[in-house]
Design a protein. Structure first.
Lengths: 306, 122
């Protein structure tokens, strides 16, 4: 056998591995013999063109046959397995229960590990987001609320923060629709959505001027509330509703992202910027930093001033 | 429907390639390579079976009992031990006959409608 022939047979043998093991065991040696003869004849009669044609037909034939053979083998094995399971119902039930418990337990564990450890926060640079809590141990307060002035101090005096936002939640009555509606509202810093990397679906996010004293009151609607209460109508942007005895204009609709909320509670239907000048934002108890180094020095300086 | 056709019904319609293999074995007991050459010769090179296609067909025909592998083999000097010879069973012959009768009926209809001008002989 020439070198070319033995190489051809080796390649053909590798091609046969596409076929099921049982099929190869039954017919493999015979198929090799037949192919060898075909290969010799093709080379003798038609030269390289004949050999290429033979290879093309052979490869196509194997690829046509292999899936059907694998399926037939699978059907045969599945049928056998089902017959065996029917003959031994007790053993089958024990096996199913064991598998079910194992799969269920693993799925539950993975769900927790995925949610807590693996899945990144659905926000931009989520790994750099931290929550800060302020304490006043002398007053016996472990979760001291922040005032707006304190937030501004942290914002202006810290050198290691990329962004600083504040959030707290309030309930308001929204007027201007067919019926008054009580809405959960997040009261946030103007750059709240910028820090989280959330872009509005329609309209705009808050701007610095929205926080200025005397600025017109504005609102952003959450995606879920917009779909639920306004049927996804984009013309709600620039409409005005009354909230907290003031007209509020809807400036934007949020895109569908999971809402940040601590502690876990009903999601906010709307958001509004908090108003500068308040000495202490009611319920303000936490804010988020986007920072790679916690500004410990700044915190101590501010504590010393209190 | 003839007796052959009613006996062949459980096996369903044959593919052209399967029919060619049965036709080849209807003439004589053959090994795999000889079947390939017989089909190619009879069809004037129009039908060329690859090894994958041929042995997929042989496996199915063996499972359905239409062909059998021969236990007795030709004389040693003419034989390669890796070759396996196949023979058409009586059932296989019935199935091939039924298929041929079915095709003959179709050809008769085609001739009656002047789709076929003249008969051809093998």
């Amino acid at each position: 056998m020439s070198v070319a022939d033995s190489r051809a047979i080796r390649f053909y043998r590798a091609l046969l591995r596409l076929l099921p093991f049982d099929f190869r065991s039954d017919f493999g040696p015979e198929m090799e013999t037949v192919f060898q003869e075909q290969h010799k004849e093709a080379g003798r009669l038609d030269g390289a063109a004949g050999v290429l044609r033979l290879w093309w037909e052979t490869i196509a034939g194997i690829f046509r046959t292999a899936p059907g053979e694998h399926l037939a083998m699978f059907r045969q094995d599945a049928g056998f397995a089902l017959r065996m399971m029917r003959k031994n119902p007790g053993y089958t039930l024990a096996a199913i229960l064991t598998l079910g418990l194992g799969i269920g337990a693993n799925s539950a564990i993975f769900s927790v590990v995925n949610a807590v450890l693996l899945k990144p926060l659905p926000y931009e640079h989520g790994e750099s987001l931290v929550t800060l809590h302020q304490q006043a141990p002398r007053a016996g307060m472990l979760n001291q609320p922040f005032s707006v002035a304190e937030i501004n101090d942290y914002r202006t005096q810290s050198h290691s923060l990329d962004g600083l936002v504040e959030y707290h939640n309030m309930n308001f009555i929204l007027l201007g629709r067919s019926e008054p509606e009580r809405v959960e509202t997040g009261v946030v810093s103007w750059n709240y959505f910028d820090v989280f990397g959330v872009k509005p679906l329609f309209g705009r996010a808050f701007r610095p001027e929205d926080e200025h004293p005397g600025a017109s009151a504005v609102l952003m609607l959450s995606y879920e509330y917009w779909i639920r209460s306004f049927g996804g109508d984009p013309t709600v942007v620039n409409k005005t509703f009354t909230m907290n005895d003031r007209p509020h204009t809807v400036v934007g609709i949020l895109s569908p992202v999971p809402q940040y909320r601590q502690p876990a509670g009903p999601h906010d239907a709307s958001f509004r910027p908090h108003e500068a000048g308040n000495q202490r934002a009611p319920g303000a108890s936490r804010f988020e930093w986007r920072s790679r180094q916690f500004a410990a020095g700044l915190s101590e300086r501010l504590s010393a001033l209190n | 429907m003839s007796a052959a056709q009613s006996n062949a019904e459980p096996f369903g319609p044959l593919t052209p390639s399967m029919f060619h293999v049965l036709l080849a074995l209807a003439g004589d007991d053959l090994h795999g390579y000889a079947i390939l050459k017989e089909v190619e010769l009879r069809t004037g090179g129009k039908v060329r079976l690859s090894t994958g296609t041929l042995y997929g067909i042989i496996k199915r025909l063996l499972n359905d009992g239409l062909i059998v592998e021969l236990r007795s083999r030709p004389a040693e000097s003419e034989d390669d031990e890796r070759r396996r010879y196949y023979r058409l069973t009586p059932q296989g012959r019935q199935v091939a006959t039924a298929e041929a009768e079915r095709m003959d009926e179709i050809l008769s209809i085609a001739r009656s409608r002047n789709l076929l001008k003249k008969t051809r002989t093998a």
